[in-house]
Design a protein around this ligand. Structure first.
Ligand SMILES: NC(=O)c1ccc[n+]([C@@H]2O[C@H](COP(=O)([O-])OP(=O)(O)OC[C@H]3O[C@@H](n4cnc5c(N)ncnc54)[C@H](O)[C@@H]3O)[C@@H](O)[C@H]2O)c1
Length: 256
């Protein structure tokens, strides 16, 4: 699918992966709506990209906020791509810790709400908007790219909430692709390994020194643009549908 002249919605568009993907899709000629909670970062990025991007403060936990973002994206052209790549806190602890304390159900629910439920209702609302657009060749109307994690396959100790939510995002992929096939909407999922983004809240050298050596090849953390290039390729390639692609330098998480 050629995205030029169409609109793309990037949920979490001001974050590490999101900003890199915003730049790639704007470069490919899309009108990008950066939907994110981070107002400063989002408006700065939109300004940098001039006429090809706008920012709208958006919270995936609110249906109205997501609806406003989907509607705003549709103002600059038919919505053809939606990249769901927001982040958020995940406290993380063992299910029963060393003192015998159980993991908080409230924290578990919040992580699932942000990563899984948030992904689902963005996907559903974006698909609804795509369904109302004129079909392109091969009855194609649009593509939705979700973001899991390799922790969705091999969750580490203390990641029950995060790995369950990300496993849910992986599981959603094929069902959503099948459900949305009659509408000509594809659904793909990217499962990243360890990438150098602001999510680590560490100086880049410190993060590289800690995480880089754990990646088999290349022996470094991923660059957010490597995620963005994959997302842009998925948008472009109509035969990619219904599956999860790992992008991880052959890393497999161990216990910790
Ligand atoms: N960085 C990695 O190594 C890595 C690895 C695997 C998976 N991931 C996944 O990739 C996604 C993005 O990660 P990142 O590294 O770019 O993180 P990031 O912290 O750089 O960016 C996340 C963005 O999401 C926004 N956000 C947070 N809560 C939101 C909400 N309720 N509504 C809308 N936006 C919200 C933040 O403001 C931020 O701009 C996350 O789902 C994360 O789990 C990251």
């Amino acid at each position: 699918m050629d995205i030029s002249g169409s609109s793309a919605l990037i949920i979490g568009g001001a974050g590490g992966f999101g900003a890199a993907t915003t730049r790639r899709l704007a470069d490919a000629g899309a009108q990008v709506l950066i939907a994110d909670m981070a107002e400063d970062k989002g408006t700065t990025l939109a300004k940098e990209l001039g006429g090809s991007a706008r920012f709208l403060k958006t919270d995936v936990l609110s249906e109205d906020s997501v609806a406003a973002a989907v509607a705003a994206a549709g103002e600059t052209g038919p919505l053809r791509a939606c990249i769901i790549v927001h982040g958020g806190p995940s406290a993380g602890a063992r299910i029963i810790d060393r003192d015998g304390k159980r993991y908080s159900l409230g924290l578990f629910r919040r992580t699932v709400d942000i990563f899984l439920t948030g992904t689902f209702h963005v996907l559903a609302q974006a698909a609804e908007a795509m369904a109302a657009t004129e079909p392109l060749a091969d009855n194609q109307r649009g593509v939705i790219v979700t973001t899991a994690s390799i922790a969705g396959f091999e969750g580490q100790v203390g990641q029950a909430d995060y790995s369950a939510a990300k496993g849910g995002v992986i599981g959603l992929t094929l069902t959503a692709a099948r459900d949305l096939s009659p509408l000509g909407v594809r659904v793909m999922c990217i499962a990243p390994g360890t990438f150098l983004t602001p999510a680590y809240r560490m100086a880049p050298e410190e993060a590289q020194a800690k995480w880089g050596p754990l990646v088999p090849n290349p022996k470094r953390m991923g660059d957010p643009d490597e995620y963005a290039r994959l997302a842009a390729h998925i948008v472009e390639n109509d035969f990619l549908n219904g599956t999860t692609i790992r992008i991880d330098g052959a890393q497999r998480f161990g216990l910790k």
